[in-house]
Each structure stands twice: as structure tokens, then as C-alpha cells.
Design a protein around this ligand. Structure first.
Ligand SMILES: *[C@@H]1O[C@H](CO)[C@@H](O)[C@H](O)[C@H]1NC(C)=O
Ligand SMILES: *[C@@H]1O[C@H](CO)[C@@H](O)[C@H](O)[C@H]1NC(C)=O
Ligand SMILES: *[C@@H]1O[C@H](CO)[C@@H](O)[C@H](O)[C@H]1NC(C)=O
Ligand SMILES: *[C@@H]1O[C@H](CO)[C@@H](O)[C@H](O)[C@H]1NC(C)=O
Ligand SMILES: *[C@@H]1O[C@H](CO)[C@@H](O)[C@H](O)[C@H]1NC(C)=O
Ligand SMILES: *[C@@H]1O[C@H](CO)[C@@H](O)[C@H](O)[C@H]1NC(C)=O
Length: 682
């Protein structure tokens, strides 16, 4: 914010060529800052299992799906409830549920598990509804339309069972179980206008999966070859490809194409684009494999090719007590899906089957690929036109042999004695102008870890007990504008700031935390968050390598090497003559007044002056911009003859100027000592 601005015109004070001294100066001043640290909580007596969260940042609200209730909370303060709707199961359903052997107190209730944006005014919601899933529309007035749509394939029957769903362009993609027993896994798409598209019921497609996450990547955007958007699914399933004593779990990444309509004869109403691969997170040097994926966060980018997928893992053998975070480039994912080798089931000995690499001829178009311009040229405009050969192949070969490998070939973060359950990642621009990925991980004990990646090294910034009780964090959500973190558990919802800079009392503590959100404010002598006021011009010390030497010592308030970004130090002035940029022939003088203020003057030298011209100077800074217009009319006197006297006049003007500055400086010293800090001279 621009707080104060002054401009002084020394030009055209008198006629003739006195006006070659065109001066222009600006004063920028920083705003105050504010901090707030406390956690805000929400829960209602008698209501449990707050497991589904949905943010609407335009409306400033957080929707919460719990057991038999949906809430609308203020995003800025979740303890402020705006709306609530109760959604219970009718008694007849409960009776049926109990008759089927389920518990009245826990199973035969309605757990809200789908909460998605249907359109601007409507949410699509589904609940387990006493083991008989039902979906409905929640309209603006926060009332259910009571349409009671069949929720099979969209929502799980069992509230304990793993589940994922995402709404993409009005169609709901979910991963769940299709039957009461929970034995028929399904990845499906529900669209109001088409029939349900789903996976084949076969262990080579899905084998006892635990669904973790699903989301869309908009690969059609700016695509030269007419590619389709893709929906990626993440889950852990029982491996078919490894011989193992007992069940060996394998983390998977699978995908389908948005434009898939199923096959005409083969794979009717089934995915023709379902492909899956192993998601590797291991420490090759120790031969240690993290084989259970618990949550995924997709760090999206304007350019989808820059997308990074983050995932948290533990090992199937929980007693090892290790959790890991691995990151995957979308380009590596894309490479595997578009070029990877397929696996196939081969019968060895009598009835024993084994999965091996498929080395035969692969039909064309490539099985499982989305429709693109190449296919369209061949008159294949949709999956309905795909040749039977391709469809038959993908039906039998949904598994790829090539795995998706993590960035750096290993985990970004490994932590001992914790079980991570959730992950969220934010890319932050620090004061050094570099971007860093900050990783938030939630544990099964209600604890939050915040870590940041510095090159090849990872640093855990802090560990905070977010939940009141030691219980798993079920959902972790990051807002983009509000700068909050939302956490949901069985007992409630907690809102937390994403940084707790103010808890660091000294500059050393602030620096040693190496938190890219925090910096030491020299003037206020406090550790502050750099994102609460992103364009503020403040004199801040941040050193992400944890070099506390950068802190001022003793009475010294402003060390010589303090950087003051994004403060007024970035201020620069540029000139235009009759609307044209003036380059060269410009001089500048700058003086730091207080850590927060800078005085800059700029003038055009003689060579840069032209007759009857309009000069305009603009001061630009990340703090703001100001423009000053000066009209200069050059007289007709012979310049050469008067140059010497001009120079002396110029000098005296500058001397006046210097005097003025000195008095200002004194005034500022006086003023700023009222607030504490002393003036610095660089
Ligand atoms: C936040 O917590 C501090 C103590 O840690 C307390 O003094 C302060 O009043 C709290 N602020 C709010 C807004 O609740
Ligand atoms: C619902 O919350 C209760 C109370 O915390 C917990 O015991 C139960 O396991 C939860 N059920 C589900 C399905 O999450
Ligand atoms: C949130 O709202 C509650 C109730 O209105 C209020 O007591 C509390 O101070 C607010 N918290 C914050 C951080 O604004
Ligand atoms: C595919 O689309 C093109 C152009 O839209 C059309 O000319 C062609 O007939 C379509 N082919 C089929 C098989 O529908
Ligand atoms: C992933 O992307 C980053 C940045 O684009 C690049 O530096 C890195 O080499 C890539 N890693 C892999 C394994 O492709
Ligand atoms: C992690 O979870 C496993 C399985 O639930 C459990 O046995 C183990 O004690 C947990 N470890 C920690 C450190 O909480």
C-alpha cells in the first residue's frame, strides 16, 4: 500500500534554460502489520465424524459434511456457523439396516461423504444413508431438494470403507464399493445425462483397493494435438504381479480420460481408457519400500506440464514406524502412461497364473490412450469408434509394467515414529524471490508437521498439536486466499494460520525456524508473516539457510547487509519525453531515511532536454506507482554562452536540495525514534 507520496517540481521555475533541471522525487512509506495466532475450532454437541470439507473462497465459506449434518461455516472464522442442515435416515431404512446385521449406533446412520460443487447455486451431496447410499442437491437456501437419487457407485455403503470422489464439469468421478458387502470395488463416473461408466469387475482391474484420492488434470488446455483432460486416481491395492507370502500391498496411480464414453460392443458402459501403474516410493539404497499410500496432493500449475504430485506413504509393516513423502513430476506420469509396457497374465503350470511383461504386438490406436487429433484424422472421434482389438487388449491389460518413479528417485521427506494420514502442499515465494514447496502433513495423532524443501534437503519447521485429542486428522485443506489451514477429524473442525511467526520472540529464533512464511521485522522487532501483507514495504530479515548472523546485534538495529524487500529499495524512476521512453541522460540520487522510507530524486541532464517537450516521470515500486507530469518549455537563448552560469545555478540548487534533505532526515530521525528504531545509513 502506498501510504505517502510527495513530489516536488523544480522545473520551469523560471523561463529559459533553467528548466533543464527537472527534478522529481517520491516518498514511499510502509503500512502497519497485524498478527493473530490462535486456532479456531468448530463442533456441535452430539455431532461426530466431521470428515468432508469443501471450500468456497468466492463465498468465503467452508462446507463441512459430518454424521447426519452439513454445515456452512465462515471461512475466516470457522466458529461462526452460517447454516446447518440435518439429514437423517428414515426409520424404515434403519430397521432394514439393522436386520442386515449392522449396528444401530454406528452403521445405520447417514455419514456425509460427498460434498461437491454442482453449479454456482447447488452442491451435490451423498451420504451412506444406513448402508443404502443416497445423493441429493443442496440449494442456496441451504435446504436439501429431497431428490433422493440412488447413491450406489457414487458413495460407499460403509462409513468405515475407503472412498474418494471428485466432481469434474458436472460429472462425479468416484472410487468406492458398489455393493452392500463392500466386496465389489468400482471406479465410476456418474453424469446426469449418460449412464454410469465403470470399471470391469475383475481383479486385474481392481484388487481390494483402498481409495485415497482423485482429481482432474486439464491436459486439453492449449493442447496442440487435441488431447483430453484426465482424471487420476490414487489407491493402494493387493498386488497381482508379485509372488508373495500373504497379501502384498501396492500403491497405484490410475487414470481415465474425461471424454471416454465406453465401447460399442466390447467394454460397453465400461472405461476404455482405464490404465494403472505402480507408484514407487522407496529408499533403493536401503532396499526399503513404502507400499501404502494414504493421501495425495496435486500441486497444480497454470501450465499442467509443471504439475507435481505429492503423496504420503507408510509401510505395510506398521511396526517400522516410518512415514515418507514422495513427489512425482506429471511428465514422468505421462511418460509411463503414454509409452509404458503392458503386463499380461500368463498361466504357468496348471492353474497358477503369473503376471509378466507383454512382448507381443500392441494394437493401434494404443490401448487406453485418450482420443486425440491423430485418432480423429482416422475417423475415430470417440471411444465408441475404437476398434475391438484395442478394446479387447485394454480389457485384459490395464496394468503397466513401468512404474512411476519419484523425483530424485526417493522420498523428499522421511519421518520416524509417526503415521502420516494427510498431506497438503503450498508453493511459497520467499523474500529471496525463490519459490519453495512447503509440505503440511497431518498424523493419526492430530499433529501437524510443516516442512520445506531446500534443494535436496528437507527441513521440518514445526510440529503443532492441532487437534485437542489424539485422533487421526481425516482431512487437511489449504485455502489459497484466506491463508488458512483447515483440519477435520471425528470430533470437530480446526482452523489454523499457516504460519506462527509471532511465536518466535527473537530475530535468531525467527531466522533459525527457516520458515519461508516468516521474517524478522527490524522496525517492530517482531517475527512477522510475509504473506499477511504481500506488497508491504518493510525492512525484513529472512535467511532460509538459517544464518542468524544476519540478525542485528546489541544496539545496532539495522545491519549493513539487511535486505529490505519488498520495500522501497526496489523503487525506480523512469522518464518519458512526449510519450517516448527517455533512456540515458537521467541521473538519480537516493537516500534511505528510515528502514521503511526512501527518498529518491531523479533529473534529466542537459543532453536529454529538447524544446517544447512534455516530460513525465514515474516512480514504480512493488509498493505502488505514482506519476508526475512536468511541462518544460525551452527558451531560445544560445545555450553555449550560458552553460557556465547554468552549472553554478544547478550546483546551488542541488545544495539547497541537500540542505532540505538534511532537515528532512532530522525530522525523520526524530519521528522514528518515537517508535524506537534509529536511522540507518548504508
Ligand atoms: C490468543 O491466545 C493468546 C494466548 O496465547 C491470548 O492472549 C489471546 O487473547 C488470544 N487471542 C484471541 C483472539 O483469542
Ligand atoms: C465416528 O466418530 C466416532 C467418535 O469419535 C468414532 O468412534 C467412529 O470411529 C467414527 N466413525 C467413522 C466411520 O469414522
Ligand atoms: C471468531 O468468532 C467468535 C464468535 O463470534 C469470536 O468469539 C472469536 O473471537 C472469533 N475469532 C477470531 C479469530 O476472529
Ligand atoms: C468424425 O468427425 C468428423 C468431423 O467432425 C466427421 O466428418 C466424421 O464423419 C466423424 N466420424 C465418425 C465415424 O463419426
Ligand atoms: C521433475 O521436474 C523438475 C522441474 O521441472 C526437474 O528439475 C526434474 O529433473 C524432474 N524430475 C524428473 C524425475 O523428471
Ligand atoms: C502407526 O500405525 C500403526 C498401524 O495402525 C500402529 O501399529 C503404530 O503404532 C502407529 N505408529 C505410531 C508411531 O503411531
Amino acid at each position: 500500500m502506498l501510504k505517502r507520496y510527495t513530489s516536488l517540481k523544480r522545473a520551469a521555475a523560471s523561463v529559459g534554460f533553467h528548466c533543464w533541471l527537472v527534478l522529481c522525487f517520491f516518498f514511499f512509506f510502509s503500512p502497519p502489520f497485524s498478527t493473530d495466532v490462535n486456532l479456531t475450532e468448530f463442533s456441535e454437541p452430539g455431532i461426530f465424524n466431521y470428515s468432508t470439507l469443501l471450500l468456497n473462497e468466492d463465498k468465503d465459506v467452508l462446507y463441512v459434511g459430518a454424521r447426519e449434518a452439513i454445515f456452512e461455516l465462515s471461512m475466516k472464522n470457522v466458529s461462526v456457523k452460517k447454516n446447518k442442515v440435518i439429514w437423517k435416515v428414515p426409520d424404515t431404512h434403519i430397521t432394514m439396516c439393522i436386520q442386515k446385521g449392522k449396528s444401530k449406533e454406528t452403521d445405520c446412520l447417514n455419514y456425509i461423504r460427498v460434498l461437491q460443487v454442482f453449479d454456482d447455486n447447488t452442491l451435490y451431496v451423498c451420504g451412506t444413508h444406513a448402508f443404502q447410499p443416497v445423493c441429493d442437491y443442496l440449494v442456496n437456501s441451504f435446504k436439501l431438494e429431497e431428490k433422493q437419487e440412488d447413491g450406489r457407485g457414487k458413495c460407499s455403503f460403509d462409513p468405515e470403507q475407503s472412498f474418494t470422489a471428485v466432481m469434474v464439469d458436472g460429472e462425479l468421478y468416484s472410487g468406492t464399493a458398489y455393493n452392500f458387502l463392500g466386496s465389489e470395488p468400482i471406479i465410476s463416473r456418474y453424469s446426469p445425462s449418460q449412464s454410469l461408466l465403470r470399471t470391469e469387475y475383475s481383479t486385474s482391474w481392481l484388487n481390494e483397493p483402498s481409495f485415497v484420492y482423485a482429481d482432474v488434470i486439464r491436459e486439453s488446455k492449449n493442447s496442440a494435438d487435441g488431447e483430453d483432460d484426465k482424471i487420476y486416481y490414487f489407491f493402494t491395492e493387493v498386488s497381482v504381479e508379485y509372488e508373495f507370502f500373504g497379501k502384498l500391498l501396492i500403491p497405484r496411480i490410475a487414470r481415465v480420460c474425461k471424454g471416454d464414453l465406453g465401447g460399442q460392443r466390447t467394454l460397453q458402459k465400461k472405461w476404455t481408457t482405464f490404465l494403472k501403474a505402480k507408484l514407487v516410493c522407496s529408499m533403493p539404497e536401503l532396499n526399503f519400500v513404502f507400499n501404502v499410500v494414504h493421501d495425495v496432493f496435486i500441486l497444480k500449475n497454470e501450465d499442467w506440464k509443471e504439475t507435481v504430485i505429492y503423496a504420503v506413504f507408510t509401510s505395510q509393516w506398521g511396526n517400522v514406524g516410518l512415514s515418507a513423502v514422495c513427489a512425482y513430476n506429471i511428465s514422468s506420469v505421462e511418460e509411463v502412461f503414454s509409452k509404458g509396457k503392458y503386463m499380461q497374465k500368463a498361466t504357468v503350470e496348471q492353474s497358477h497364473t503369473k503376471w509378466v511383461r507383454y512382448n507381443g504386438i500392441i494394437p493401434s490406436p494404443r490401448p487406453g490412450a485418450c482420443i486425440n487429433n491423430n485418432n480423429r484424422i482416422q475417423n475415430i472421434n470417440s471411444s465408441l469408434h475404437m476398434p475391438d482389438k484395442t478394446l479387447q487388449f485394454i480389457k485384459d491389460h490395464p496394468l503397466l509394467e513401468d512404474p512411476v518413479l519419484p523425483v530424485g528417485n526417493g522420498p523428499r521427506l522421511i519421518t520416524k515414529d509417526v503415521n502420516y494420514t494427510q498431506i497438503a502442499v503450498e508453493r511459497v515465494q520467499a523474500l529471496d524471490d525463490n519459490v519453495y514447496d512447503v509440505i503440511f502433513t497431518g498424523t493419526d495423532k492430530g499433529v501437524l508437521h510443516k516442512s520445506v524443501i531446500y534443494g535436496s534437503e528437507v527441513h521440518i519447521i514445526e510440529e503443532i498439536q492441532l487437534l485437542r485429542y489424539s485422533e487421526p486428522i481425516k482431512t487437511l485443506l489449504l485455502s489459497s486466499q484466506g491463508r488458512f489451514l483447515y483440519v477435520a477429524s471425528d470430533t470437530g473442525v480446526v482452523q489454523s494460520p499457516i504460519a506462527f511467526c509471532e511465536k518466535y520472540a527473537t530475530c535468531e529464533e525467527c531466522i533459525l525456524a527457516r520458515d519461508p512464511y516468516c521474517a524478522w521485522h527490524l522496525d517492530a522487532e517482531a517475527c512477522v508473516s510475509i504473506i499477511q501483507d504481500p506488497v508491504a514495504a518493510r525492512c525484513l530479515v529472512q535467511s532460509l539457510d538459517g544464518d542468524a548472523e544476519k540478525c542485528p546485534r546489541g544496539k545496532e538495529r539495522l545491519p549493513k547487509f539487511a535486505v529490505c524487500p519488498p520495500g522501497p529499495s526496489d523503487l525506480h524512476i523512469h522518464w518519458q519525453v512526449n510519450g517516448q521512453e527517455l533512456e540515458g541522460a537521467v541521473q538519480e540520487y537516493r537516500q534511505g531515511l528510515t528502514p521503511r522510507g526512501v527518498f529518491v530524486s531523479s533529473w534529466v541532464r542537459q543532453g536529454g532536454l529538447a524544446k517544447n517537450s512534455q516530460y513525465q516521470c514515474t516512480a514504480a515500486s512493488r509498493v505502488g506507482s505514482e506519476t508526475s507530469k512536468i511541462v518544460v518549455i525551452l527558451g531560445n537563448r544560445d545555450e553555449d554562452s550560458t552553460r557556465t552560469s547554468d552549472f553554478s545555478q544547478w550546483r546551488s540548487a542541488l545544495t539547497d536540495h541537500e540542505k532540505l534533505l538534511k532537515s528532512w532526515e532530522k525530522a525523520w530521525v526524530g519521528l522514528s525514534t518515537l517508535h524506537g528504531p534509529t536511522i540507518s545509513k548504508h
